[in-house]
Every structure is written in C-alpha cells, then in structure tokens.
Design a protein around this ligand. Structure first.
Ligand code: GDP
Ligand code: IMO
Ligand code: MG
Length: 430
C-alpha cells in the first residue's frame, strides 16, 4: 500500500494533470487538496483533450473515486459546468464517483468581483491573478467569515450567511474599489439552486480517505499550482493563497502525515510562469518565443501566454526540500528536441556573490542572475523511446544532469502530451 502526493515543482502548469491521470491506475481515490478553478489540468487520451479546473484528474478512469478535499475553494457554477461537460463526453456515469467535502469553502460572486477590482486598481503592484476569486475566498476562510459547502446546501443557513456578509462586501466594492454593488436576493436565488443540484455530492473526505487507508487501498493526492506559488514558501506576494506544497495535502484532506509514502514533484524540462513575479531564468528573446511555440505555452485557464526560460536547479532544489520530494517527473522533454545545446541554471549570481540557495528575500531574488551550465542537446525526435534506456544518449545525459543538480531521482519522463507518451522509470506506489 502507498499513498502518493503529486505537487508542482515550479510555478504551475508542469503537467500535473497528465501525471495524475497516469498514476490513477494505481489508486482507489484521487483527491484535490487546495486551490480552486485557478488550476487548469490538461489530460490527453488518444486525440481527445480534457481540461479540468476543479474535478480531480482521475475522473476519466471509471470506478475511481474523485474527492474534493476541505482545502479546496469551489465555484459552484464552474463545478456544475465541468460535471456537465464530462457527462456529455460519456464520463462520470455514476454520481458516487465524485465527492465534495462539507468544509470546502465556496467562491461567491463578491470574491470574484473583489479579486478582479483589486487587480485592476493595483497598477504595477498587481499579482496577475487568474481573477477567479481565489485570494478573497481564502481570506474569508481564515477570517472565519466563509461560506462552506455544507452551508450552501442548506437554504436557510445559506441565506442568513449571505445577508450577514453582503453589506460589508458591497461597502468595499462600492466605496473602496469603485465597483457596482451586488444584489442580495439574486445571489441567494442563484446559489441556493446550485446548492440543491450539488447536495448529492456531499461527503466527509477525511473519513472516506482514512477508511480507504484502513482497507489497504492507495490514495493519490493531486496538488494544484506549484511549490513556488505556495503562500508560505513561494515568491510572496507573487503567489496563490493556499498551501500548494506536500504539507497542504494533509491539512487539505484530513489525512495524517504518517500515511504519506511518496512525494512526486512535477517539473518541465525547462520553466514557465504565468502572472507577475520574479523569474531568474526567464528568456525575453527568440529562444523564449521558441519554447513558447514548441511547448504551446498558453494558459489552460486564462489563455495567457506563459513566460518561458531555462531549467532552474536553484528553484527546484527549494521545491525538493520544502516538499520532502522523493521523486521527480520530468515533462515536456520533446519541446527541447531540436536544440543544439541546452542551458541549465545551477546557481545565481547576486552582486558578484554566488548563491546556491533560493533567496527568501524577493529584493535579492529580483537582482539574481542565472549562472548556466551548457550541455549538448539530443537534436532528434524522442517519440520512439519506450524506456529510459531507449532514449537517445544525450537525452539520458540531460536527465541524469537534472537528477544530479536537483538531488532528486527521476521517476517518470514525459515525451508528449498524450497518456501514451510517457516513460515510467520507477513506480512510486511500489
Ligand atoms: P498542469 O496545470 O500542471 O496540469 O499543466 P497544464 O495542463 O496547465 O499544462 C501542461 C501542458 O503541457 C498541457 O497542455 C499538456 O497537455 C502538455 N503536456 C504535458 N506533458 C507534456 C509533454 O511531455 N510534452 C508536451 N509537448 N506537452 C505536454
Ligand atoms: P495549475 O494547477 C500556473 C498563478 C496566477 C498568479 C498567481 C495568483 O494549472 O498549475 P490566483 O488566481 O491563484 O490568486 O493567482 O498564481 N496561478 C497559476 N499559475 N498554474 C496554475 O495552476 C495557477 N494558479 C494560479 O497566474 O500569478
Ligand atoms: Mg495548469
């Protein structure tokens, strides 16, 4: 028996969805533990592409239970749309495949309005959020003013909570942020209807998952965003508002840390970032554009072009440490196919000083210049490879180099977006 956490090892969009879809085969339950529909997780099976924002990426496997843990924030409208799309494609035949924990916090219309207004009012200080209301929802959760899934599905309690909350939100929207106010009865009517449609998914994630553990079944925890977007350990304030690292899997589901057996960090063979914030290996040149085109680096949630750069071992070592990572899944190797040489950042230079560790101080990070090692590219197609050994020698060397500079073994290599374009080096469930 093994319980495995999947985390993003960079700034998100590393290919977590694809890896979760592959590992679902070995698990009984797949559970999201934080974030909301700021996430966009892409799965490609054959020629069919599915993008999931809230529902765990195990949902394409019939008979696997997909759970939304208490640490997630949920937009009920988006959730219903996602369910509908999946059902139209022939998935989610049995509603018992999907469970939402009662303590999940609900993203309300005022959260979205505040998120968008704050961003548009903050000029150069904006974060570049996804505008999905994530930050304001987590603020209310920690401020003990949130509305939970259990409240949404009980009409009287829900109406009372909206009536309590809305005057303050409308004051903020109108007087501070210069936005239109929101209508109380319209919200109550619309969201109560969502609550009634969704009540059948209510469950206790902690209880269900611990039951699975006691039966000797495997659990797969699906992280969203990336380690460097973690609210505590990321490039604050240019982060998301949840605990994206492996520790978040325990608080976000109600499963104790002693039941976690492996933490697999997903990393691209290079780096991307969407939104604002420092990014030492960013390439604002032809090479950056080449990576963007070859990797089709456009956001799965907002469609924004992703910023691209060389692999950053300094940032990755930080993620290896904060997650207690046991293995790395390296994705998008194929994007580097036609490069003569490839650069790997192994240290930073800061005012003439060499830094091996990722600085906590954003003012320092902003000034860091990458120190590169240049290695040979493999300069050919990887699609024939079916194992680590059948990869071209130079591609094997690149992967070994990444293992060496990060101090973490590669357990999976991805050579294309499809489920089939995957090399499993070591199964973390064994
Ligand atoms: P996530 O948020 O971590 O699940 O990642 P996204 O789905 O936002 O972005 C990853 C993108 O890369 C998606 O379009 C995937 O289909 C695609 N992808 C994943 N692995 C590979 C790979 O090995 N090669 C290529 N070319 N694309 C990949
Ligand atoms: P997945 O799960 C990449 C970024 C936003 C912004 C910052 C804060 O697909 O990897 P938020 O809306 O969360 O308040 O935005 O975090 N961000 C992501 N970047 N992938 C994601 O999710 C992201 N979710 C949020 O661009 O910089
Ligand atoms: Mg994504």
């Amino acid at each position: 028996m093994a319980n495995v956490i999947i985390v993003g090892a960079q700034w998100g969009d590393e290919g977590k969805g694809k890896v979760v879809d592959i590992y679902t085969e070995y698990a009984k339950d797949v559970v999201r533990y934080q974030g909301g529909n700021n996430a966009g997780h892409t799965l490609v099976v054959g020629n069919e592409k599915t993008v999931l924002h809230l529902i765990p990426s195990g949902i394409l496997h019939e008979g696997k239970r997909c759970i939304i843990g208490n640490g997630v924030v949920l937009d009920p409208k988006v959730f219903l749309e996602e369910i509908d799309k999946l059902k139209k494609k022939g998935y989610l035949k049995n509603d018992s495949q999907l469970v939402v924990d009662g303590n999940v916090h609900i993203i309300m219309p005022y959260h979205k309005a505040i998120d968008i207004a704050r961003e548009s009012n903050s000029g150069a200080r904006k974060i570049g959020t996804t505008g999905r209301g994530i930050g304001p929802t987590y603020e209310d959760k920690v401020g003990r003013r949130g509305i939970r899934f259990i409240d949404l599905i009980r009409p009287e309690i829900f109406a009372r909570k909206v009536k309590e909350m809305l005057p303050e939100k409308n004051f903020l929207l109108e007087k501070m942020l210069g936005c239109p106010t929101l209508d109380e009865s319209a919200i109550i009517e619309e969201y109560s209807a969502y609550g009634q449609l969704l009540s059948k998914y209510l469950g206790n994630a902690s209880k269900l998952l611990n039951q699975s553990i006691s039966e000797g079944q495997n659990i797969l925890f699906e992280g969203a965003q990336g380690s460097l977007l973690d609210v505590d350990h990321g490039t604050y304030p240019y982060v998301t508002s949840s605990s994206t690292i492996a520790g978040g899997a325990c608080t976000g589901t109600g499963v104790g840390p002693r039941f976690i057996d492996a933490v697999v960090g997903i990393s691209k063979a290079y780096v991307t970032r969407v939104g604002e914030g420092p990014f030492p290996t960013e390439l604002n040149d032809e090479m950056g554009e080449k990576l963007r085109q070859a990797g089709q680096e456009f956001g799965a949630t907002t469609g924004r072009p992703r910023r691209c750069g060389w692999f950053d071992a300094v940032a990755l070592r930080e993620a290896v440490r904060t997650n207690g990572m046991t293995g790395l899944a390296i994705t998008k190797m194929d994007v580097l196919n036609d490069l003569e040489t490839i650069k790997i950042c192994t240290a930073y230079s800061y005012r003439g000083e060499m830094l091996e560790d990722f600085p906590q101080d954003l003012e320092v990070l902003k000034e860091c210049k990458p120190v590169y090692e240049e290695v040979d590219g493999w300069n050919c197609d990887l699609s024939k490879a079916t194992s680590f050994e059948t990869l071209p020698e130079k591609a094997q060397d690149y992967l070994k180099k990444l293992e060496q500079v990060t101090g973490c073994p590669a357990v999976l290599v991805s050579i294309g977006p499809r489920r089939s374009e995957t090399i499993q080096v070591k199964n973390p469930f064994n």
